[in-house]
Design a protein around this ligand. Structure first.
Ligand SMILES: NC(=O)c1ccc[n+]([C@@H]2O[C@H](COP(=O)([O-])OP(=O)(O)OC[C@H]3O[C@@H](n4cnc5c(N)ncnc54)[C@H](O)[C@@H]3O)[C@@H](O)[C@H]2O)c1
Length: 372
């Protein structure tokens, strides 16, 4: 198969869909890899590195799209890219179609075979191509929070680890899933005093088992949230209710309970945010202040650490991509239930139920068209 790696054009997207090492894996499997000129540069990969791996560098986007059987990207195609696709082409990238009617319809019209990273789902319900980004956002949330606690950024001027004779900073993590667990891990590593709240007893039990006495676990309810807010230097929001908007667990009036210069990091901002005062920010202008509390609400946090994120993302997507390229999409989705869940649009049809329902378009089960 001819694989095309397109340069990302979305603002502040510095990742690339395939590293030179991964390009080599496709080439070793008998495929050709074409890379758009400069595609990897913001993630730290030069065109020469791709050439050394055996790929060809292409300066024309049109040529790259025209000649590729499968396009590998990171973010969803932007409107100016829609016309580059051709019928039967495989698109392998993050798509988030349920939030984008225009893109869904464009991919259907173009008869693209679109596999979304975020809906590839294993039998244990894990989302292998989405989880690494939550791990990164969770870990980064503490790093960013610690930075904005510094006085020059408007923070309280607190060092999370404290020093001998001086108390440690207090970190509260609301939501103890992938983001929350990784935030807790980093905050413990910095020497902070860490509390994690979740509504799931099972999840709290798991966190108590792995972190033992190094964290305090609490049921997430308004009383406990109000109690911990009074003392917290840094509060990280990482709740998720699948398929729903995040609940506002920290209300505007709660900010009055907090110490001036405390920091809120709302990782759940991409689902609407779990703090009432959240609004999405960008890496250009990541923070704002409400009632003396610093808010950090960047919706694509992993983009800030593009090298780590690219390595983590491409490590997760490689095996499924090789399956798509090696078997062809029809056989690959017949053989892999995980990839079948990843398929969103096929030959002009919407084959992912929640995307079809979001826009009231006809849903066609993959099983029906591919006679699986
Ligand atoms: N901003 C970014 O760049 C970025 C990056 C990655 C993920 N995210 C977002 O972070 C959020 C969390 O992702 P995740 O992978 O950790 O999800 P997850 O499903 O692993 O964890 C969510 C946790 O929230 C808990 N929860 C639900 N309701 C709660 C409540 N009322 N109080 C406390 N806990 C509650 C759940 O029990 C679960 O343990 C998602 O919205 C995800 O999209 C954002």
């Amino acid at each position: 198969m001819r694989i095309g790696i397109a340069r990302e054009i979305k603002k502040h997207e510095y990742r690339v869909g395939l590293t030179p090492a991964n390009a080599r894996a496709y080439i070793n499997a008998g495929h050709e890899v074409m890379v758009e000129e400069g595609a990897g540069i913001n993630a730290g990969f030069t065109d020469e590195a791709y050439v050394q791996a055996g790929a060809v560098v292409e300066s024309s986007r049109q040529q790259l799209f025209d000649r590729s059987d499968m396009i590998i990207k990171v973010k969803e195609p932007q409107p100016v890219e829609y016309d580059l696709f051709h019928e039967g082409q495989i698109l392998y990238t993050y798509l988030h179609l349920a939030a984008d009617e225009q893109l869904t319809k464009a991919l259907m019209e173009k008869k693209v075979k679109a596999v979304a990273y975020e809906t590839i789902e294993e039998a244990d319900r894990s989302l292998p191509c989405l989880t690494p980004m939550s791990v990164i956002a969770g870990r980064l949330s503490v790093q960013e929070g610690a930075k904005y606690l510094e006085k020059p950024f408007g923070g309280r001027g607190v060092l999370l680890g404290g020093v001998p004779g001086v108390p440690r900073g207090k970190v509260t993590v609301i939501g103890g899933g992938v983001v929350g667990t990784n935030a807790a891990k980093m905050a413990i590593g910095l020497g902070a005093d860490v509390t994690v709240l979740d509504i799931s007893a099972k999840r709290l039990g798991y966190l108590d088992d792995i972190f033992e006495t190094r964290i305090t676990t609490l049921y997430s309810n308004e009383e406990n949230i109000e109690m911990v807010l009074r003392d917290s230097d840094l509060v990280i929001g990482g709740v998720l209710i699948p398929g729903a908007r995040a609940p506002h667990l920290v209300k505007k009036e709660h900010l009055k309970l907090m110490k001036p210069g405390a920091v809120l990091v709302d990782v759940a901002v991409d689902q609407g945010g779990c703090f009432e005062t959240t609004h999405p920010t960008t890496h250009d202008d990541p923070i704002f202040e409400v009632s003396g509390i610093i808010h950090y609400c960047v919706a694509n946090m992993p983009g800030a650490v593009s090298l780590t994120s690219t390595l983590a993302l491409t490590g997760a997507t490689l095996s499924y991509g090789l399956q798509l390229a090696g078997s062809g999409i029809e056989r690959a989705v017949s053989e892999s239930a995980a990839l079948r869940k990843g398929l969103n649009v096929y030959d002009g049809l919407c084959v992912y139920r929640s995307v079809a329902e979001a826009f009231d378009i006809e849903y066609t089960p993959v099983e029906k068209i591919l006679s699986i």
